[in-house]
Design a protein around this ligand. Sequence first.
Ligand code: CP3
Length: 357
Amino acid sequence: MSINRNFPALQNDRILKAARGQKPDKIPVWVMRQAGRYLPEFQEFRKQHSFFEICQNPEYACEVTLMPLKRYDLDAAIIFSDILVIPQALGMEVLMKAGVGPVLPEPLTLEKAATFKADGAAKTLEYVGEAINLTRHRLDGKVPIFGFSGAPWTLMSYMIEGGGSKTYSKAKKWLYAHPEQSHSLISILTDVIIDYFVMQIEYGAQIVQLFDSNAEYLNKDLYATFCLPYLKKISVDVRKKLKEKNLEEVPMVLFAKGGWYCLEEQADLGYEVLGIDWTVEPKYVKNLLKNKNVTLQGNLDPTALYAPGADLKKVTQKMLDAFGGDKYIANLGHGIYPDAPIESVNVFIETVHDFIV
Ligand code: CP3
């Protein structure tokens, strides 16, 4: 596989600066799930190609990744892919069904989980690395590119449920009824994620984000038992492996959606940035973590994008006032919705960039 590491010079390093605790000229901003579903040009593209066909073809993935950057003054790109490529790498079938979302026709059983091996799984995802490499060159240094992965618990929960769920009770049942098998599975997923991040960074990812979208279904005890030690291992081992390969360290972002119950613990895991969902008050989290060395990212309610422009501007400014210009990356508090008004994204981004820090 070809990696061209002769990268163009980076012109906009606002996000990287903020992630490392330095003060950029303007508050950096990007939008979770910015590449995709709400963009008419993406919907048009999707008529011609299936979801995973786009993910697996670096030219297509690159084209879709660049779509929001052509429209908006964003401070980062995020590679077009999905968190569920890891279950695929472990041999599970994943379908993307219109109007339903991801479906895993054969949900994970205890027997099947016992056959999983981490070794070599990330290697099958090199097409994501190639898409990152291509996109970083096509970006020509305009903004940095994010790699990403799902976190172990979130991946495990999709694998066991066979898709999305209201309660994730089948996956939570494993934690209570089969703790040993749960630890084994989470441990394998952790190893795959470590290799996957290192591969993404080798191919050119300049920052990576770990999505723990289903943190909200757990509590402090479950998160401490089944998540925190593994999340820590990911941040530690990724850096260790980068060093062994003589690769530069990149900032790491942890977004545990609904993980309000353990923000202080999250701040001690070795991630430079913590994503904050919209249910958390900016002032509360700033105060709670004032002695921790972390940058905060978030947290506008994605539905605020439906407000009239003037109101959207007001709520965005209120959020910026509360977070302040230091150690902060503006974003939504979860992914943008498919029917978000296109123009609102511009209002959001311009309001952030116009804010005097
Ligand atoms: O952020 C980006 O723009 C990059 C691409 C990206 C996608 N999925 C593309 C996608 C990213 C970062 C993801 C992450 C992801 N995928 C998460 C974590 C973030 C979050 O929102 O909590 C999760 C839980 C998934 C799993 C997933 N994939 C779901 C639940 C769905 C269906 C609902 C939805 O989001 O549309 C998907 C499908 C998906 N992933 C689409 C896109 C553009 C839409 C599918 C389509 O085009 O048919």
